[in-house]
Design a protein around this ligand. Structure first.
Ligand code: ADP
Ligand code: MG
Length: 286
């Protein structure tokens, strides 16, 4: 769309786009819109009680962006994630992916689009417990019809990408929470999606493991993958370049993160703090 055709939605996206010049001068303009929700409403009816989980959400996600969706519990974050991730349909409103309206897609076409384009990471990892890291990561490739040694090779490469090249045969129970989440990220990556949607990916992790997960997500983003991360935690959200705030099913703020947190720096600080603590302990023991 041309600049002069500016709409409210474009204006919001323009305000929201990164200002570091990496993707142009402050708008989605020269980055494509990869995901878009237009006036999305989601109403659940359970035991005759209506819940308006989303009350008219307009959102554009620019290609290559790292976006956080933040809001308190019950504000509609997961609902929005499921809808833009094509796992659920809106009650009204439209979702487009790469400019294609998915509203009228058949379920199998939706599934194919999702498998080709989107990787999911969930708070609870959702790994198969009796199955090795490699076999867990191979699973989406089985659905995609990838056969034989190519499948194991791709799973291994995905695990290497998240720093688990030495844990290929481990079962989930033999891995720490942070490592399990990294297996889940490898599983999301193995189909080479252009978008990764992560719903509270650090919610079940200690703070160091959480930062390690954010480090991987920032790294993937640097490699060009669009990342949307849902969180209720401001410290997690500040790893993104843009934060969309959700409240009671509505977007109430859309901000650019000044001085975004680099997980790499946080990890280095943690290392230094731990080294200092060890030194102090040793000194007091002498
Ligand atoms: P968040 O992820 O921000 O915590 P959710 O998107 O999970 O919020 O939920 C938003 C609202 O919708 C909540 O009030 C929740 O209880 C309700 N809700 C979510 N999923 C369902 C469902 N399948 N059936 C009925 N209500 C639901
Ligand atoms: Mg949720």
């Amino acid at each position: 769309m041309a600049e002069h055709e500016s709409t409210g939605q474009q204006d919001r996206a323009a305000q929201a786009a990164p200002r570091d010049g990496r993707r142009g001068e402050g708008s989605c303009a020269d980055a494509r819109v990869v995901l878009e929700a237009r006036d999305v409403v989601k109403r659940y009816v359970l035991d005759e009680i209506e819940v308006n989980a989303l009350r008219g959400v307009d959102l554009q996600v620019c290609e290559g962006q790292m976006l956080a969706i933040m809001g308190p519990s019950g504000s509609g974050k997961s609902t929005l994630m499921h809808i833009v991730g094509l796992l659920d349909r809106p009650t009204t409103g439209t979702v487009t992916i790469d400019g294609v309206d998915v509203s009228n897609m058949e379920p199998n076409e939706l599934a194919a689009t999702r498998n080709r384009r989107i990787g999911f990471v969930f708070q609870a990892f959702n790994l198969l417990s009796r199955t090795s890291a490699t076999a867990n990561v191979e699973l989406p490739l089985i659905y995609a019809g990838v056969m034989g040694p190519a499948r194991a090779k791709r799973a291994r490469e995905a695990l290497e990408r998240v720093g688990l090249g030495d844990r290929l045969g481990h079962l989930p129970i033999q891995l720490s929470g942070g490592q399990q989440q990294r297996v889940a990220i490898a599983r999301a990556l193995v189909t080479e999606p252009s978008i990764v949607l992560a719903d509270e990916p650090t919610g079940n992790l200690d703070s160091r493991s959480g930062i390690e997960v954010m480090h991987i997500l920032q790294d993937l983003n640097r490699q060009g993958i669009t990342i949307v991360v849902v969180t209720h935690d401001e410290n997690v959200a500040r790893h993104a370049e843009r934060i969309v705030h959700l409240k009671d099913g509505r977007i109430v703020n859309d901000e650019i993160v000044e001085n975004r947190t680099l997980a790499e720096d946080r990890l280095r600080e943690l290392d230094a703090e731990e080294a200092a603590e060890r030194e102090a302990e040793e000194a007091s023991a002498r």
